[in-house]
Design a protein around this ligand. Structure first.
Ligand code: ZN
Ligand code: FE
Ligand code: FE
Length: 162
């Protein structure tokens, strides 16, 4: 399919993010299981719940556009998840695993922040104010998840230094 207009690019990117969210939804439970620190486990559990809502919101946006909620393969998220799987398989030490999980999850959040940031801007530009509001709500949660992970990483460093 060729993309000619901003509207088509917006639709394509929505499909990319839908696929990306479905992909990370399948991997988050595994990351949660691999985590040892109770706060990190809880952070994964709460972002898993948020991610379910991200999918509901995306479906809402597809509805607003009168388009089916069909994804298109997001090679970036597939790559991030492949990397995560490979790294998790290589680590045995639980402290090191927690540090790795934080870094892997942050890479995912940063990708999502980039995508949702763009989608919010395009939705506004295209006059889809309601869609922009839904996408912004998710963007804020991706930022929140990233911040929570940064905080956990800092706490780990402080504890290690003490
Ligand atoms: Zn998300
Ligand atoms: Fe992508
Ligand atoms: Fe996320």
């Amino acid at each position: 399919m060729t993309i000619q207009t901003l509207g088509e690019l917006f639709h394509h990117t929505l499909k990319d993010v839908l696929y990306a969210e479905r992909t990370i939804l399948k991997t988050l439970p595994k990351m949660q299981r691999k985590a040892t620190d109770a706060k990190l486990k809880a952070a994964f559990a709460s972002h898993l719940e948020e991610t379910e809502q991200h999918l509901v919101r995306l479906e809402g946006v597809f509805d607003m556009l009168a388009k089916p909620a069909r994804g298109v393969k997001c090679d970036a998220m597939v790559g991030l998840v492949d990397e995560a799987e490979a790294l998790m398989a290589d680590i045995e030490d639980i402290e090191t695993m927690d540090a790795a999980l934080i870094s892997l999850a942050q890479a995912v959040e940063h990708y999502e922040i980039a995508r949702y940031g763009t989608l919010v801007a395009w939705a506004k530009q295209l006059g889809h104010a309601e869609a922009a509001a839904l996408l912004k709500a998710t963007l804020d949660e991706e930022y929140g998840a990233d911040k929570a992970l940064s905080k956990l990483a800092e706490q780990r460093l402080n504890a290690a230094a003490a």
